[in-house]
Structures are given as C-alpha cells and as structure tokens.
Design a protein around this ligand. Structure first.
Ligand code: LLP
Length: 430
C-alpha cells in the first residue's frame, strides 16, 4: 500500500505528514480532518510527465478534477503543467476561480445541461468531449449563434471491460457513456454537417482504479482502429484521449504497475499502430485523477467510544464516516488505518471502525488489526485524497470537515470546516 511521500513515524510511534505531527494537526484544526500532502501531489504530476516524456513526448495531461476539486489543489496541478478535466458547471466555476487557463479545460459528461454548455463556451474552454447526438446538436446550435467554432473530441465506447468495481467500470458495451461503435457512421455524418463544430479527436474511458496496463493498451488499440474510420471520412484525428489514470494501492493486496510501465505499454501501441492506421502521430491525452491526489491524502478521526460485544465483535466509533468517505459503503472500499500515536505498537487486536452516522452500513473498516484503541485516540486513514471530499455529503446535517495542505513543516487551511450556518443557508422557513 502507499503512504504520502512525506509520511513518517517518529521513534515514539507518532505519525507525521509534511513535517507536521498528526496530533498537532488534530489539535489545531479539529477532527475529522482531511490532510493533503503538497509534495506528493507535485511528485505524482511529475512522475506522469517524466514517464511519458521519454516514451511518447506528444502527450498532455489533464487532471480529473472530479477526484478532488478545490481552489488550492487546482492551482497546484495547474502549476505542474496539467490541464483540467471538468464534468460540470460547478467544476468549471472552481477551475476559473483557481486561475486555470480555460484553453486547457476539457468538458466531460453524458448529459451536459444547455446552460453549462453556454458557460463553457463563454469561458472559451479548450475542448468539449461530446457524448451523444443531442449534445452535438445543442453545442453546434449555441456555437453557431455565437459565431464561434467549438473544438470537440467524441467519446466512444471501446467495449473494453476492465477489472474494477462494477460501478466505476465505464468502457463495457452496456454503458450509459459514449457512442456505441454501431453509431459511428451517423456520428461522422452529423459532425461533417455541423458548421460550428471543429473535430479534433476521440476519447474513451474504461473505468477507474484499474491495475492492468494491458487494458489501457487494448483501449488505445481500439481507439486507433476507430480513429481510422474517422480519418477515412475526412475527419483528422489529432488527439487520442484515453481517459483516467492507473489505480492506486489502498491496501497491501492492491498492486498497480508503476507509471513508467503504464506509459511504456500505451506508447508502444501508439508508435506501432497509429501510423499504420493512417493517423499522423496523434497527441495522446491522459486524465488521471485518483493517482494524482489519492495517495497524497489522509483523514484523521478521533475515537468516541469502544464497544465490546462478547464473542461477536469490537466496535470503535469515530467522529466521521460515510459523510466524509462514502467509498466503503458504496464500493466496499478498503483502506489502511493506523493509530496516530501508537503506530509502532506490535500488539494488535481485531476491531471494526464504525462511523457516527445513523445507518448500520456506516462501517468504515471491518475487522482491522490495530492496537486496542480507547476514547480520544486518533486514527489515521491513508489514501483518502481522491473521491472522498468530492463525494462527501451532509447526511444527518453534520458539517463537512476542513482540509489542510501540509508542506515543509507548515499546515495551511485550504477548506474551512462547515458551520451550522452553512447547513441552513439555503433553507427557507415558511
Ligand atoms: N476521465 C473520465 C472521463 C472519468 O470519468 C474519470 C473518472 C477520470 C478521467 C479519472 O479517473 P481516475 O484517474 O481517477 O481513475 N467515485 C469513484 C470513482 C469514479 C470515477 C469516475 N470517473 C471512486 O471513488 O472510486
């Protein structure tokens, strides 16, 4: 499993991240608390760039902001030379406020509302990733009215099944995303007839938390084959966008390949097949989200109670749960958890960590082996940087936690803890 690049355990058994002890962070900012390690985020961006620079230099990277979209995080990834994948007007708004160059923004989604398309045209974003004919029509009409041309990629269904949780698998034939291959002839006709559309390339996404580089290689191969069909009809494929990045290691049994190996497989297919298919060294675009911010994040919880049910189980209740991390209840996701100030203790006991929310399913970690905890202990959960805060809710009207960014012994608040006032700000009392 993976830890943030700066994570350390002192000889007293205390966990540190970014040069700051978890105890100090909890004391200063309260719990539950999301902590992001700036160095890890920057390092991951650089790893991607370096790996592809050697293997296929004509590659650009856009960060999938659905993994974690906040002003400071977007600023950091933009500084690292990444563009942005957005999938809503809200993500666009956040990106613009963070100062991201609109030219580098790709707009995804299988049902983009017309007003969000308008917002994106107004912002002059770089690319629309068109998912269906209704969207193509809407975009063409709006761009025509404005006297502009919209640059598009089209999302195709590659029919590649990758091994991951069913809910986050997107490339199989039976999917709500993308054009089925049988629809390509009609799609080509419509693109050619659309006066305000500038076709740039094709896109696919096979899913998330995938470990087999071969699945991405297969997807690339299929996209090249499909790209040849567009080329034959006079639509030049200048970009091939293969979607999200490689999976990450939440627990020891997760074994993703290094980014280098992932780069090597994809580049090999492009080099070998693209030219043969009549495509002229297309730009490769990658949209990693999880692998940029996942490992950089930890969550700190405080223990509230410990309940022993003789012969059954020990339940530990913490001050967060499915609200700040819905992944366990949604996907059965597993994580590594340590006791913040006893990380080196040898003696372990089987305990089940439950959240504080009113739902039996709000169990974060079932039967984990950690030192016996007691009230007020701090627990640290690793690899929570992606799809935690971004999927958090206000279930039970509990305010969402704060987020801090750590680097070089300093901690900066990047998201304030929500207040009760925030919770009712849109309520209207009749
Ligand atoms: N591009 C597209 C079009 C996507 O739909 C996604 C993720 C990505 C890129 C980024 O994929 P990544 O590099 O993060 O694997 N909530 C789920 C994950 C949903 C992923 C949705 N799409 C989870 O918590 O596991």
């Amino acid at each position: 499993m993976s830890f943030p690049a700066t994570a350390k355990i002192t000889k007293e058994g205390i966990i540190e991240i970014g040069g700051v002890s978890v105890e100090v962070l909890a004391e200063k900012f309260g719990t539950p608390l999301y902590v992001m390690d700036e160095q890890t985020i920057r390092q991951k961006c650089r790893e991607y760039r370096l790996a592809f620079q050697n293997k296929y230099p004509n590659t650009s990277f856009i960060y999938a902001s659905k993994a974690l979209s906040t002003l400071s995080i977007l600023k950091i990834v933009a500084e690292e030379g990444f563009g942005l994948d957005i999938s809503s007007g809200g993500e666009l708004y956040t990106a613009l406020k963070a100062g991201v160059d609109p030219e580098t923004i790709y707009f995804h989604g299988n049902n983009k509302p017309a007003d969000e398309i308008t917002e994106a045209l107004e912002a002059k974003i770089g690319r629309f990733v068109v998912d269906n004919l209704e969207e193509l029509n809407e975009l063409n009409m709006q761009a025509l009215k404005r006297g502009e041309k919209a640059n598009i990629l089209v999302r195709l269904n590659p029919g590649v099944e990758a091994h991951t949780h069913e809910f986050i698998q997107t490339g199989k034939i039976d999917s709500k995303f993308g054009f089925p291959q049988s629809g390509i002839p009609e799609l080509i006709k419509k693109i050619k007839a659309a006066k305000a559309i500038n076709f740039v390339g094709i896109h696919a996404h096979i899913g998330s938390q995938i470990f087999e580089a071969d699945s991405f290689a297969k997807e690339t191969d299929v996209l090249i084959e499909l790209g040849a069909k567009f080329k034959k009809e006079g639509l030049e494929v200048k970009e091939i966008n293969i979607g999200g990045g490689i999976g990450i290691s939440y627990v020891d049994s997760d074994d993703p390949p290094p980014i280098e190996a992932f780069a090597e497989k994809i580049a090999a297919v492009l080099i070998e097949k693209a030219e043969a298919a009549g495509l002229d060294t297309p730009k490769l675009v990658l949209e990693p989200g999880r692998s940029i911010v996942g490992e950089a994040g930890i969550t700190i919880y405080r223990v509230g109670s410990v309940k022993h049910i003789p012969g059954i189980r020990t339940y530990v209740s913490v001050d967060g749960g499915m609200l700040d991390n819905p992944r366990p209840i949604l996907y059965g996701a597993q994580y590594k958890v340590l006791v913040a100030n006893r990380a080196l203790d040898e003696e372990k006991h089987k305990q089940t960590i439950g959240g504080r929310f009113c739902e039996s399913g709000d169990i974060l970690f079932k039967d984990v082996h950690i030192p016996m905890v007691k009230k007020d202990d701090l627990l640290v959960v690793f690899c929570t940087g992606a799809y935690g805060y971004s999927m958090a809710s206000n279930y039970n009207r509990v305010p969402r936690p704060a987020m801090v960014l750590v680097n070089d012994g300093k901690a900066k608040l990047i998201i304030k803890r929500e207040t009760y006032q925030d919770l009712i700000k849109n309520d209207i009392l009749i």
